[in-house]
Structures are given as structure tokens and as C-alpha cells.
Design a binder for this molecule. Structure first.
Ligand SMILES: Cc1cc2nc3c(=O)[nH]c(=O)nc-3n(C[C@H](O)[C@H](O)[C@H](O)COP(=O)(O)OP(=O)(O)OC[C@H]3O[C@@H](n4cnc5c(N)ncnc54)[C@H](O)[C@@H]3O)c2cc1C
Length: 478
């Protein structure tokens, strides 16, 4: 096991750090006051390859690993987490386009996306649905002339500022399978924006509602296949969570570094305040937290890069841990600056405000806990069946994918007694074969010793996704 960064990774970090300190940090407060990041910044970042960090080199991207990308976001956040986080959203959308868009769409839009002449926003949240994103209502009706979109997206970073919007819209039934993704360019007729949101932090990037009023979008702008939009939207989230955690880490590290300097200069009771042991202990605690956060984040990124079965769980854990550690550290740094920490001049209060939202977006930290808890509960099924003593074996354990984890209320749950409880709208799909005691109205309760009776094919194709996975049908063995 080797925890050291390679020479190339160190160079990537240094390049991002150098750019951030020269071109972003000196302006971060001005841009915050203006509520706008100058558009000219983005092509300069793209020259360094930061407009397409993990788009493959074949497609003209930089082809970095997720771990490499966290280094970029950690380093840029040392200049301004609001700018760095905005770049993360663009990169998430760019990767979605590379992975799922048709060749025609890719060839049309990707070159400008990679060069950041086209800046992208990600539109999933709506006024009535955030964590429960699959409940979105914005409709796109298919006509002979393409799609007609109606509805509203809320909290969109870059709303009214970006050049194109990667939008999750409903083209079919309720739930995740009725969702598709459309690429909608600024200037499209029927596309408009709400007033700028007045926010606590991330004030340099505009946030607004994105509204569609009979907005006509060419069928060519469908990303991938109809009905797969939710899957696409979730596909980038593990990486997005790592990036947002990296943004917390970099900003908190900068706050700690500046606090160390400040404490050597600030005097109280005839000594510099770094001579008080109580305060030294606080410094030590912050260092420990940030080093732990960094190690955890990089481990999660490595798991994602290597396709580890528990990568999603680790990305969720790292996002929760690092964003909370980051907020705690910047708050402590503000305290150690005394009254000066509360003034804008020292830049610490901005970090306290900027980092707070990292616990809310890319899936709230409650949702992160939900993902982790689900996997813990699912793993518990490895215990022997209480009736016949057979052991349930999932073959290779496969992690919950974020989209599966998010369809919370409609999925099967594992009861304390070892029974699988399947809600009625799920259990029609062949559960009779499994000996389910379902009435068609209430939950179907499947005792563990009957699970093995089910046709594994049926399970892998139809069963509740949070429990079983395609190609990994459950089986019992004596
Ligand atoms: C500054 C900012 C920028 C944003 N940018 C974007 C963007 O660019 N694109 C985009 O699509 N969205 C964006 N968002 C939206 C963001 O992703 C959502 O705010 C977030 O997903 C939470 O959704 P919500 O606000 O509707 O909260 P809700 O889902 O209403 O949650 C409210 C509270 O209930 C908790 N909760 C909900 N469900 C559960 C559960 N099952 N178990 C336990 N607790 C639960 C939540 O954790 C939270 O504490 C942005 C938000 C902000 C503030």
C-alpha cells in the first residue's frame, strides 16, 4: 500500500494551486460582491485541461482519474471553493455527455464544452423535489418536431449564466424510469430564468430557477435513451461527491494555514496566542481532522477509480465526513481569529458561509447516511436463515448504486426478523414463486427460507433493486 502522490499527481496539484492563487484568490471577494464569476476565467481553466477533467483523451478530454480530479478541486478551493465547486458541476455534465450522448450530439457540442466556451449547468432539483429527485415533474412531451418542455428547475447553479443546461425531465411514467435527459441551449425559445437567489454562501456563482414554458427542444438533444435520464443523472454523483468533499478540504486547509500565521502574529497577555496550550490543542485537533479527511477522501476516490464494489458507500461516507470536518475547521479558524475572523477582510467568514452548503447538495448528508445504513443492513443478510439454517449468499457483493439508494420509500426493506418486506407496488413481479405472503394490498413478506425458491432470473430482472442486482441473483446454500 502506498499513500504517496505520484510525481504527476503532485504536478497536477501544484498547477491547480498555482493557477488558483494567481488568477482566482486575488479576485474571490470582488466576484463574491459582484455575484458573478467572469466568463473569461473558464477558457483559461480549460487550457489547463480543467474543462474536461475525466472526459477521455480520445474525445479531447484530460482523462484524469477521480483521485487526480480531487487534487484539482482541493487545490483550486484553496483560492475559492465557490469557483472550484462551479467547475465541478461543469465537469460532471461534460462527463455525462461523453458517456451517454449520441455521437451526433457529442460532435456538435463537446468541443466547445471542453474548451469551456460552453459552460454547463446540471438541472435535477425542482421546487417540490430535492432529495427525492425521482419525483421530478418537469414534463417533456415528444412531438413530431421534438420535445415540448414545461416545468421549473430550482436552485440551479449557473441558472441564467450558463450556456447550456443538462436537464432531467419526465417523458414517461412516474418514478425514475420515466425520466430522460435533454441538453437545452441558452436562448432556446421558452427557456427563462427566475430572479437570482440571495444565498448565504457560494455568492460568486449565480443560482436561479430554470423555467420551461412550451420550450421546444430538438429530438437530437436527447441525451442517450429515453427513460434512462435518472440513471445518467446519478452516474456522475459518486464523483461529484468526492469533488465537493475536496472543495471543503482545500478551503479548510487554507483556513488552517492562514490561522497558523495569524496566531504567530496576534498577541494577547504579552504573548503570541499560539503560545497558549489550549489553542495549540485546537490546532492539533484541526490538523488531525483534516489529515483524516484527506486520507479518507483519497481512499474513496481510489475505490471509485478501481471499481471497488463498495465505492458508492465510501464516496457517501467521505462526502459526509469531509464536508462536516471542513465546516468544523473553518468555524474554529474563525474563532481563533477573534473579532477579525468575523470581518470580510480576513476571508475566513466567507469560507464558513461557502462550505455550509456542501452538507446540503450532491445529496444531503442525511442521504449519505441513508446510503451507508442501507448497505450495512443489506450486508447483515449474510446471516443464516433462522428457519432452515441456510445462508444467503449474494455472490460478489455489489454496492448500492446511488439511484437505487435514492428510491427510498418504494423499495423493499429488511425487517429485524430477517424477512424481506416488499411494498405492494413491487411485489407483483413474480414474488408468488418465492412463497410471498402477499395480498395485493399490503406488504408481501417473504420468509428467508423461501427466498431461494424464486427464479433467480426473475429476481435479477424484476426484484427490488436495492436488494438484488442484475447478474448477481441471490441464492441460498446449505
Ligand atoms: C446553493 C445551492 C446550489 C444548488 N445547485 C444545484 C444544481 O446546480 N442543480 C441541482 O439540480 N440542484 C442544485 N441544488 C439543490 C440541492 O441539490 C438540493 O437542495 C438538495 O438535494 C436537497 O434537496 P431539498 O433542498 O429539496 O431538501 P429536501 O429533500 O426537502 O430535504 C429537507 C431535509 O430533509 C432531509 N431528508 C429528506 N429526505 C430524507 C430521508 N429519506 N431521510 C432522512 N432525511 C431526509 C434532508 O436531508 C434535509 O435535511 C442546489 C442547492 C443549493 C442550496
Amino acid at each position: 500500500m502506498n499513500f504517496a502522490l505520484t510525481e504527476e499527481q503532485t504536478a497536477i496539484f501544484d498547477m491547480a494551486y498555482g493557477f488558483g492563487q494567481e488568477h482566482i484568490a486575488p479576485h474571490a471577494q470582488t466576484w463574491e460582491k459582484a455575484g458573478m464569476i467572469p466568463k473569461e476565467l473558464w477558457p483559461d481553466l480549460a487550457v489547463l485541461g480543467f474543462g474536461a477533467l475525466y472526459v477521455s483523451e480520445d474525445m479531447g478530454g484530460t482523462g484524469l482519474s477521480r483521485l487526480d480530479a480531487t487534487l484539482v478541486f482541493e487545490a483550486l478551493s484553496m483560492a475559492c471553493p465557490s469557483v472550484a465547486a462551479f467547475l465541478s458541476i461543469h465537469n460532471m455534465c461534460a462527463k455525462m455527455l461523453e458517456s451517454f450522448a449520441s455521437d451526433v450530439l457529442k460532435h456538435r457540442v463537446l468541443p466547445d464544452v471542453l474548451a469551456m466556451h460552453t459552460v454547463l449547468s446540471y438541472c435535477l432539483t425542482e421546487p417540490g423535489s430535492g432529495s427525492d429527485a425521482a419525483a421530478l415533474k418537469t414534463r417533456a412531451d415528444c412531438t413530431n418536431e421534438g420535445y415540448v418542455v414545461n416545468g421549473t428547475k430550482a436552485f440551479i447553479s449557473g441558472g441564467g449564466y450558463s450556456d447550456a443546461y443538462v436537464c432531467m425531465v419526465r417523458t414517461g411514467e412516474d418514478g425514475p424510469k420515466g425520466i430522460s435527459t435533454l441538453y437545452i441551449e441558452d436562448g432556446t425559445k421558452g427557456l427563462s430564468f427566475g430572479a437570482l437567489e440571495d444565498k448565504m454562501g457560494w455568492r460568486s456563482q449565480p443560482t436561479a430557477q430554470v423555467q420551461f414554458d412550451n420550450c421546444k427542444v430538438s429530438a437530437e438533444n436527447l441525451v442517450g435513451e429515453e427513460g434512462k435520464g435518472f440513471e445518467y443523472a446519478m452516474a456522475g454523483l459518486d464523483g461529484g461527491r468526492l469533488n465537493i468533499a475536496a472543495c471543503s478540504l482545500g478551503a479548510a486547509q487554507m483556513a488552517l494555514t492562514n490561522t497558523l500565521t495569524y496566531m504567530g502574529e496576534r498577541k494577547a497577555f504579552g504573548r503570541s496566542i499560539d503560545q497558549f496550550q489550549g489553542l495549540q490543542f485546537r490546532l492539533a485537533d484541526m490538523e488531525i481532522e483534516l489529515q483524516a479527511a484527506r486520507t479518507f477522501l483519497r481512499q474513496a476516490a481510489w475505490k471509485l477509480d478501481t471499481g471497488a464494489p463498495d465505492a458508492t458507500k465510501f464516496c457517501a461516507m467521505a462526502k459526509k465526513f469531509v464536508t462536516e470536518a471542513g465546516s468544523k475547521v473553518v468555524d474554529q479558524c474563525l474563532q481563533l481569529h477573534g473579532g477579525y475572523g468575523y470581518l470580510a477582510d480576513y476571508g475566513i467568514e466567507k469560507l464558513v458561509r461557502d462550505l455550509r452548503v456542501h452538507q446540503i447538495l450532491e445529496g444531503t448528508n442525511e442521504i449519505m447516511r441513508m446510503i451507508v445504513a442501507r448497505q450495512l443492513l443489506a450486508a447483515r443478510w449474510g446471516c443464516p436463515c433462522p428457519v432452515c439454517g441456510w445462508k444467503i449468499d449474494f455472490g460478489n457483493p455489489v454496492p448500492l448504486r446511488p439511484d437505487w439508494a435514492l428510491i427510498s420509500s418504494c423499495d423493499a426493506i429488511m425487517a429485524q426478523d430477517g424477512n424481506a418486506v416488499i411494498p405492494p407496488h413491487r411485489w407483483w413481479c413474480g414474488w408468488h414463486a418465492a412463497g410471498a405472503a402477499g395480498t395485493g394490498r399490503g406488504n408481501a413478506v417473504i420468509p428467508p427460507h423461501r427466498w431461494w425458491l424464486a427464479n433467480p432470473e426473475a429476481i435479477s430482472r424484476y426484484a427490488v433493486k436495492t436488494l438484488w442486482y442484475p447478474g448477481h441473483a441471490m441464492r441460498c446454500r446449505p
